[in-house]
Design a protein around this ligand. Structure first.
Ligand SMILES: Cc1cc2nc3c(=O)[nH]c(=O)nc-3n(C[C@H](O)[C@H](O)[C@H](O)COP(=O)(O)OP(=O)(O)OC[C@H]3O[C@@H](n4cnc5c(N)ncnc54)[C@H](O)[C@@H]3O)c2cc1C
Length: 268
């Protein structure tokens, strides 16, 4: 299947006050292999311009070089998202966009999602099976994340039936029906990740458990530190991804902590 192409919006709906579900169709989506936690890069065109895609290429590095070679004023902004649902018969996928705190400056992806409408066109790279993350396997699988991790957690829950799931969202209105039992934590103004960490700390599961963690990078780091340092989980059975960084955009350079996380992921 094509890993890159155009996506056209066919439907937009609010599933919670802060979550916009966008349905896209596009070439290749009908042949998308099913696996949970599918990640893709969305390409947002500069305002008022069509999206310009790097020439199709199956090699991700060459594709990325071609992306960087697009003149800056025409180059799309690239952001990572998750396939929330798929409909192969219609060659369609759903992506859930969290509209984060409107009092701050919207990033390009969030700004786009706020006013997305049928007919809008984005580019995509992925989902690419090369970057498929293994689903953790153990007697108990701890799944923990913030609102940006809800789409991936939803797809994982369809596959993992022995999960202990903790999802922290801004308030009760952000809960969504998911396949499985979820412990929802409502931030209700508390610092991001505080209630999630407290809930995971207070839960009973043994050191033979595995884990899947995603959301704000500092929060993911604290959860991982707790699971490895205080609960004795083996690092190798913890799948973790910092999805976004406080005060930093996805275009900003990695911090020393991001680089250390990347080394850990590579097993270094
Ligand atoms: C593999 C992967 C899968 C992801 N899947 C999803 C998904 O399915 N749905 C989804 O909504 N997000 C998802 N994310 C997170 C999303 O990519 C980021 O939130 C991204 O920064 C949004 O881009 P932006 O252009 O709106 O903001 P950026 O331009 O990247 O950042 C602008 C400002 O917004 C802040 N910011 C960014 N995200 C948040 C947030 N969630 N809450 C509060 N402040 C924020 C930044 O700190 C910065 O100050 C995923 C990330 C990864 C790596």
């Amino acid at each position: 299947m094509n890993t890159t192409g155009l996506l056209e919006v066919t439907a937009v709906r609010r599933v919670t006050p802060r979550t916009v579900r966008v349905t896209f169709t596009g070439d290749g989506l009908g042949e998308l292999e099913p696996w949970p936690d599918q990640q893709l890069k969305l390409l947002f065109p500069p305002p008022g311009r069509p999206v310009r895609l790097p020439s199709p290429d199956d090699d991700v590095m060459r594709w990325y070089q071609a992306f960087l070679a697009i003149p800056e004023d025409e180059r799309p902004v690239m952001r990572s998202y998750t396939v929330r649902d798929r409909d192969p018969a219609r060659a369609a996928i759903d992506v859930d966009f969290v509209l984060h705190d409107a009092s701050r400056h919207d990033g390009p992806a969030t700004g786009w999602a706020r006013s997305a409408a049928p007919g809008d066109v984005l580019g995509r790279y992925g989902p690419d099976a090369t970057y498929r993350r293994p689903v953790p396997i153990a007697g108990t699988v701890v799944i923990a994340g913030d609102e940006t991790a809800v789409p991936a957690a939803a797809t994982l829950l369809s596959e993992v039936d022995n999960a202990l799931v903790f999802l922290e969202v801004p308030d009760a209105a952000e809960e969504q029906p998911l396949p499985g039992e979820v412990r929802w934590l409502h931030r209700d103004g508390a610092p991001h990740g505080k209630k999630l960490l407290e809930a995971v700390r207070g839960a009973s599961f043994g050191p033979a458990s595995a884990a899947w963690l995603a959301g704000e990078a500092g929060m993911v780091r604290s959860l991982r530190r707790h699971l490895v340092g205080e609960r004795g989980l083996d690092k190798r059975v913890i799948e973790f991804t910092g999805y976004w960084r406080r005060e930093l955009t996805q275009d900003d350079a990695p911090t020393s902590e991001d680089l250390a996380d990347a080394r850990e992921k590579l097993g270094g």
